[in-house]
Design a protein around this ligand. Structure first.
Ligand SMILES: Cc1cc2nc3c(=O)[nH]c(=O)nc-3n(C[C@H](O)[C@H](O)[C@H](O)COP(=O)(O)OP(=O)(O)OC[C@H]3O[C@@H](n4cnc5c(N)ncnc54)[C@H](O)[C@@H]3O)c2cc1C
Length: 454
């Protein structure tokens, strides 16, 4: 239930920071599995009115991302950024699991997709039919795109906040740092998210286990503010999805394309919201190429209607959503010069896109299309690719090696017994699929893990 700072218990079994898809999925599932006492702390207000907290996500920036990037792509409010997300859902491609970039198996992640799809109200085909190989050339895959309605987590958890008795939810309070003593996270310090700033009361709440679910930038910032010593790897390996609109044209042989569609998706194409074509994970991995989805709509037809046309070719403009390499130079640090209104250093982003990685895949895909007689694709020169992003990944990445990762394979921060991270900041490799379905799947996995080990 919703509580005020005066109603806080002194000790909780689990403290979850943030009410986006990661935080609310985790808190709800953990409470369902254990019945333990859980506290959820949210920086923003329950309603959208007078939400001063948003300014606490301001950043400074150098490189390819503007300083407006963070405010545009993060919402400090009940439900987090799900209050504005578009709902496009896909399971991660296998590419980065084939060469162990992730520290656990694809099957282990995959096991949580059905429940994640249910939570996001996305068609089950999102996991039962994530992709289809083209007969005659298994190096090319067709990837149907699926949409969540989209689910807004503030709306889907509204009645849960009021009706459940084991979870307290404290709104309009921002966690300033986690108090870590002798490798144990003891408590969190939080302040009211008010322009009154450092004059507001500092609240300390104790938790047996603490999970940060504050989004890709704030997870790194909070960890940097909490960990002692050199935490250089925290915030490094920041990955984005390279988005580019109308950067290529594709011509496909309609008869060949439809043979596949007719055979493979006739029975469920009414639930498909868009089409993408890509290289298979196996080929991408073999050739050290990244995952890139080339999405398109047939110019003269409505979406979902590709099968009903009479033309001999499909001619379409192509948009791209692309994975990029994780570079330690793409990183979030703390600003030396600017603080937010609660007195904390803001985050600084240094970031550069890698358009050449899109090009390498486009060239290979074109060669495969031509080789199989399916069609061809031409792409703008890489200098002309208009690239934007919006998915913040990798800044507290999972891994086995503390020198190159921040958490272990469960999401537990290396060197701290009971501090965890949830969200796409855990992704050691971004894949090209939109992240939220996987964020929810990973949060379910962590809830399971926490319940099993309490
Ligand atoms: C315009 C737009 C469209 C998008 N479309 C898609 C899409 O189609 N498909 C897709 O998969 N993804 C999409 N996304 C991305 C998606 O919204 C995010 O992946 C998802 O919301 C991340 O969930 P999260 O819980 O990790 O973080 P968030 O949703 O950002 O939630 C973080 C929460 O933590 C709180 N918080 C932050 N700092 C603190 C603190 N110090 N103390 C307490 N609380 C704090 C915030 O207030 C917020 O409630 C889109 C994003 C945008 C901006």
């Amino acid at each position: 239930m919703e509580i005020g700072a005066g109603d806080l218990r002194t000790q909780y079994d689990l403290i979850v920071v943030g009410t986006g898809p990661a935080g609310l999925t985790l808190a709800r599932k953990y409470e369902e599995l254990t019945g333990d006492k859980v506290l959820v702390i949210e920086s923003g207000r329950r309603s959208k009115d007078n939400n001063e907290a948003q300014k606490l996500s301001e950043v400074s920036a150098t490189g390819d991302l503007p300083s407006a990037y963070s405010l545009l792509h993060n919402r400090r409010i009940f439900g987090g950024t799900s209050t504005v997300w578009g709902g496009l859902c896909a399971v991660l491609e296998k590419r980065s699991f084939l060469n162990n970039e992730w520290p656990f198996s694809y099957d282990e992640l995959y096991a949580y997709y059905p429940e994640a799809a249910e939570i996001l109200s996305v068609q089950e085909e999102v996991h039962t039919r994530p992709e289809i190989a083209f007969p005659g050339n298994a190096n090319i895959i067709y990837k149907p795109l699926y949409f969540s309605p989209p689910i807004r987590f503030n709306e889907s958890s509204e009645s849960w906040v009021d009706s459940n008795t084991n979870t307290d939810v404290l709104f309009n309070h921002s966690v300033m740092r986690v108090n870590i003593k002798s490798s144990i996270a003891v408590s969190v310090f939080a302040r009211e998210s008010s322009q009154e700033g450092e004059t507001t009361t500092l609240v300390e709440v104790f938790g047996s286990r603490i999970v940060l679910a504050t989004g890709g930038i704030q997870n790194a910032r909070l960890l940097k503010l909490s960990l002692s010593g050199d935490s250089k790897v925290v915030g490094s390996y920041f990955c984005e999805h390279q988005h580019a609109l109308n950067i290529a044209s594709i011509i496909l042989d309609r008869e060949m394309f439809e043979q596949v569609m007719d055979k493979e998706i006739r029975n469920f194409y009414h639930v498909i919201s868009g089409h993408a074509i890509s290289l298979s994970s196996e080929l991408s991995n073999r050739r050290s190429l990244k995952s890139v989805l080339f999405t398109f709509e047939d110019e003269r037809v409505q979406r979902n209607n590709l099968l009903d046309q009479n033309r001999s070719t499909i001619l379409a403009k192509v948009h791209v959503i692309a994975e990029m390499s994780a570079l330690s130079s793409n990183r979030i640090t703390l600003s030396n010069t600017r603080r937010d209104f609660l007195g904390q250093p803001i985050a600084h982003i240094n970031f550069q896109f890698l358009p050449q990685e899109i090009h390498a895949v486009a060239e290979r895909l074109n060669a495969e299309l031509v080789r199989s007689g399916l069609g061809r694709m031409s792409i703008l020169p890489k200098e002309l690719l208009p690239i934007g992003g919006g998915h913040i990944m990798g800044t507290t990445r999972m891994g086995d090696n503390p020198d190159t990762s921040v958490t272990d394979a469960q999401g537990r921060v290396h060197g701290v017994e009971n501090l965890y991270v949830a969200g796409s900041s855990l992704f050691p490799a971004a894949a090209a699929a939109n992240p939220t379905l996987t964020i929810v799947a990973l949060a379910l996995r962590l809830a399971d893990q926490l319940a099993r080990t309490k």
